[in-house]
Design a protein around this ligand. Structure first.
Ligand code: MLT
Length: 233
């Protein structure tokens, strides 16, 4: 996929108390002005990515959304950003994942105060490692998100107690040939989220782990179709 042009951060909208926010991040206010910003998209990059990666995707998904894009704090091998530690590919350090999930949820809540966006209309948009921490947030801190778009997500962990995710709208887009977030992993996550009563759509792509234009177009349509319901929250 060739990424669309990158939007730039608006310095005029940056309040001076951003030092309370302990993630390196980008905050891009709604292109349509504060009143018209229906939602804030929480953009969560994949392994090796950073806070700039998903800004074009966020703008493409919803031109009037506010965008909040943190960089994962873990540096694998001292240089590869991630949102939580892993023991091997696809094998997660669950204690760290849970700790990092709470840390990220606290950041989102603090950011809503600092930047004055509506904390009850936050939709996570995660790819790969970012989708996995978004799924973990749905399980551990469901009140932080009103919905989620999960590209190439896996089961982050199986909770002891299934949370109540009724009213959460979740779009999963998974690759039939994905060797990392396999078909079986995606199906297990979908069934976990359904057990939690989430309003879930699972879309299959004829692809591997990489993101395609078709992923983006189907996610965009889902967001448009669900915008009214997300507004009501
Ligand atoms: C993960 O570690 O979150 C998954 O294996 C996906 C990845 O980042 O490669």
């Amino acid at each position: 996929m060739s990424p669309p042009a990158r939007p730039s951060a608006s310095s005029s909208s940056s309040p001076n108390n951003t030092q309370q926010l302990d993630f390196t991040h980008r905050f891009i206010p709604s292109g349509a002005g504060k009143d018209k910003a229906r939602v804030t998209l929480l953009l969560l990059h994949g392994t090796g990515g950073n806070e700039d990666d998903l800004l074009p995707l966020g703008r493409e998904l919803d031109p009037s959304a506010t965008l909040l894009s943190p960089r994962g704090k873990i540096l694998e091998g001292g240089r590869i950003p991630r949102f939580f530690r892993r023991v091997a590919e696809g094998v997660f350090d669950v204690d760290d994942l849970k700790f990092r999930t709470h840390e990220l949820a606290d950041f989102v809540e603090m950011a809503s105060t600092v930047y004055s966006f509506n904390a009850s209309k936050v939709i996570a948009v995660g790819y790969s490692n970012g989708a996995n921490i978004a799924a973990s947030m749905l399980l551990l801190r469901p009140q932080t998100l009103s919905g989620a778009i999960l590209f190439r997500a896996m089961v982050p962990f199986v909770p002891d107690k299934i949370p109540d995710l009724s009213y959460k709208r979740i779009f999963m887009s998974s690759g039939l040939k994905d060797p990392i977030a396999t078909k079986q992993e995606a199906e297990s996550l979908a069934s976990l989220l359904k057990q939690a009563d989430a309003d879930l759509v699972l879309e299959w792509q004829n692809s591997g782990h990489e993101l395609t234009q078709h992923d983006i177009q189907t996610a965009k349509q889902w967001l448009l179709l669900n915008s009214k319901a997300l507004d009501k929250r």
